[in-house]
Ligand binder design. Structure first.
Ligand SMILES: [Zn+2]
Length: 191
């Protein structure tokens, strides 16, 4: 009988241990966001991957239509935690859009692994896709990159990137939406 009780104790302890370990792991997993999350865009009437007209909204309007995570980076110039974006090591072929307004920003064939912890590109999809502004905050001289359509903060561009441009666009993944090549091409041809 004593032997049976020991087994029971051991099993209970093992079960508890498993629950704790599994529970902790579940908590530490980064939040997986769906690509091209149109569900979150229901209230965002300025979001369009085909309309190129400039978007100018008051900050309180942005706050209403963006998720808190996107708002923090796009409108408050926040920075997401390094290695927190699923786009950091993402390798699908397609196009990256501004998550605030839908403006096309980067093509996947200009994406590279910089090791900096944020999705990195060496070239924007077009000259007008991005606005460049000197940023001297935090005791650094950097160049901020903003969306060319809605002026949302995207990240920074540095001159230590690979050929042919030598540029490294270091972009917060939370302000990017991704669309796979086939769907993106179809939309482009319909224009
Ligand atoms: Zn935008």
């Amino acid at each position: 009988m004593k032997h049976y009780n020991d087994i029971k104790k051991y099993t209970t302890a093992l079960l508890l241990f498993t629950i704790i370990v599994v529970g902790c792991n579940a908590q530490n997993k980064p939040n997986k966001k769906k690509t091209m999350d149109t569900l979150n865009k229901k209230n965002n009437l300025v979001y369009s991957t085909t309309d190129a007209s400039k978007v100018m909204l008051a900050e309180d309007e942005w706050k209403k239509i963006l998720s808190p995570e996107v708002y923090e980076v796009a409108r408050q110039k926040g920075t997401e935690r390094p290695w927190s974006s699923k786009f950091e090591s993402f390798k699908e072929v397609g196009t990256y859009y501004c998550a605030a307004c839908g403006n096309a920003l980067f093509k996947s064939d200009t994406k590279f692994e910089s090791g900096c912890g944020w999705p990195s590109f060496y070239e924007s999809i077009s000259k007008s896709a991005i606005i460049y502004t000197p940023d001297n905050t935090h005791g650094m001289q950097r160049t901020e990159v903003q969306c060319g359509r809605c002026k949302s903060h995207l990240g920074h561009v540095f001159e230590d990137g690979p050929k042919p441009t030598g540029l490294r666009y270091c972009i917060n993944g939370v302000v990017l939406d991704f669309e796979k090549a086939q769907a993106a091409e179809k939309k482009y041809n319909e224009k």
